[in-house]
Design a binder for this molecule. Structure first.
Ligand SMILES: N[C@@H](CCC(=O)N[C@@H](CS)C(=O)NCC(=O)O)C(=O)O
Length: 213
């Protein structure tokens, strides 16, 4: 199998975290020549997005959450699915909350990094939206080392990469205290960075991020 991925993408990084934690033998490759909107890539993923998992049969799967669940189904051990149904539902929630409540603000802020496009009013609104999204994560975090229960799960695969981006954005836009009001989240993020597998993915993402001036 092959995963189309880019180091910085929090959605591709979700899947890399699962691959590393489960010790899977899956090739991790960049998008083909011509990029995400090339005919070759659109044939695999009509949305032209990362990540895409290509099976040995040639079939291709888009969407990080779908890929994570597929990997759990075909490689059940070690499991990244909490056993308790309620915990599993909560873990799946962490795959959805960032998509709806963090992604839009992150993409807005990404475009605002360019001094030519910078608009302070838009930045302020996006930072407020980001903070609101973080408050939703805070509501559902376990308060333990891992996002849900006492083991790493698909919830951590989703959370760590997006928090890497949020923390980078916070530093770029000089908001060092952005996460601080959310005690469980702030502690989770500090602790998560000490885990070796999380640290590997965080380092991959950071290596591809432009440096804040
Ligand atoms: N819901 C998708 C989101 C994927 C996504 O937004 N990927 C970004 C990279 S972080 C991308 O490919 N952007 C290019 C585009 O949308 O044109 C998932 O979970 O896989």
């Amino acid at each position: 199998m092959k995963l189309y991925s880019a180091p910085i993408s929090p959605f591709a990084a979700r899947v890399r975290l699962s691959i590393y934690r489960k010790g899977l033998d899956i090739d991790i490759v960049p998008p083909p020549t011509g990029g995400l909107k090339s005919d070759a890539y659109l044939a695999l993923n009509p949305m032209g997005q990362l990540p895409t998992l290509v099976l040995d049969s040639g079939e291709a799967l888009p969407e990080s959450a779908t890929i994570l669940e597929y990997l759990e189904d075909i490689y059940p051990t070690p499991s990244l699915r909490p056993r308790d149904p309620f915990d599993l539902a909560r873990a799946r929630l962490f795959l959805r909350l960032p998509d709806f409540n963090l992604r839009p603000a992150i993409f807005t802020l990404r475009d605002m990094r360019d001094p030519a496009k910078r608009d302070e009013a838009i930045i302020k609104l996006a930072l407020a939206d980001l903070s609101k999204g973080l408050s939703y994560l805070e509501s559902y975090l376990s308060g333990n080392v891992w996002a849900v229960g006492d083991q790493p799960s698909i919830a951590d695969c989703a959370l760590v990469p997006v928090l890497t981006i949020v923390s980078w954005m916070a530093s770029f836009f000089e908001q060092p205290t952005l996460m601080r009001p959310y005690r469980k989240l702030d502690t989770y993020w500090q602790t998560a960075q000490a885990d070796a597998i999380n640290a590997k993915v965080i380092a991959e993402q950071l290596s591809a991020m432009p440096k804040a001036e």
